[in-house]
Write a protein that binds this ligand. Structure first.
Ligand code: SAM
Length: 263
């Protein structure tokens, strides 16, 4: 696939741009064929070629809406509106949306990436990063022709060691993925590193249930699947300990939304 102006903009955001970037699949591939094998059951599922086909229409709404306490928790559209709001982006179609540079960490097939892009305008750019080629193939296909928001581009890279320069992004989003990472706290540190002063971060991740029976079940499932189940104060506590301000949280039965601002 041909190199585009969006690829050039993304290359300029990297801390160490490759001399000969691999853009052959439509995204910038920084991991190449030698990428490490998936370490857990959940990671293997994420890297399958089947999941991207059903992810956005079936897997995501069913699984996530139940975990958010459907019908009381926010549905996908409400969740995306919360993400744009907490990141300081605009509403789709509104005049005055910021020309922000946004990072969507572990973007999967680009579902959240496109929702964030609808909240920026002008020279705004949303970069989706993921490690799974099948997810990124789907992201590139489903994003082609998207209009009405900021530019969108994709990178194959590791969320735990983000390849971008310090203080590069106005906003960083990581939905439905922190619990998959083998080193979630290192990944969060990496996200804070690439966030510019004044920038905002929002995380949608797992939540340890309050009732003991639910808690034991969630922890047992997490151990088998290789997922981290976070307590109510762990993610927000980490953000505060790292000096972030305006820390906020919404708790759902099995998920939590945490957001903050870098001073
Ligand atoms: C459940 S999907 C989330 C997609 C989207 N963010 C959403 O909220 O629907 C999780 C994604 O995390 C990606 N992922 C897991 N570990 C990763 C890592 N270390 N680096 C980059 N991506 C990773 C998987 O490939 C998968 O696409």
């Amino acid at each position: 696939m041909a190199r585009t102006p969006v690829h050039d903009r993304i290359l300029r955001l990297l801390s160490a741009p490759p001399a000969e970037p691999d853009l052959s699949a439509g995204y910038l591939d920084l991991l190449g064929p030698g990428a490490a094998p998936a370490p857990t059951v959940a990671q293997r599922v994420m890297r399958s070629t089947f999941l991207p086909q059903i992810y956005e229409r079936l897997w995501r709404p069913v699984g996530f809406n139940l975990a958010k306490g459907w019908p009381f928790g926010p549905d996908t559209a409400a969740e995306q509106a919360l993400a744009r709001d907490w990141l300081g982006l605009g509403r789709p179609g509104d005049a005055g949306r910021p020309a922000a540079t946004v990072l969507d960490v572990a973007c999967g097939p680009g579902n959240v990436t496109r929702a964030l892009a609808a909240g920026v305008a002008g020279d705004g750019l949303v970069v989706g990063l993921d490690a799974a080629p099948a997810m990124l193939d789907r992201a590139v296909t489903d994003t082609a022709g998207t209009t009405g928001g900021g530019a969108i581009g994709y990178v194959r890279g590791d969320a735990v060691e983000l390849p971008f320069g310090d203080a590069t992004f106005d906003a960083v989003c990581c939905f439905g993925a922190l619990y998959l990472f083998d080193e979630p706290w290192t990944a969060l540190e990496s996200m804070l590193r690439v966030l510019r002063p004044g920038g905002r971060i929002v995380i949608l991740t797992s939540r340890r249930p309050v009732l003991p029976v639910g808690r034991l079940g969630a922890e047992a499932f997490g151990r088998v699947a290789g997922l981290t189940v976070f307590g109510d104060r762990e993610v927000t506590g980490f953000l505060r300990e790292h000096g972030l301000t305006d820390v906020r949280q919404r708790r759902f039965p099995l998920m939590q939304l945490a957001g903050a601002r870098r001073p």
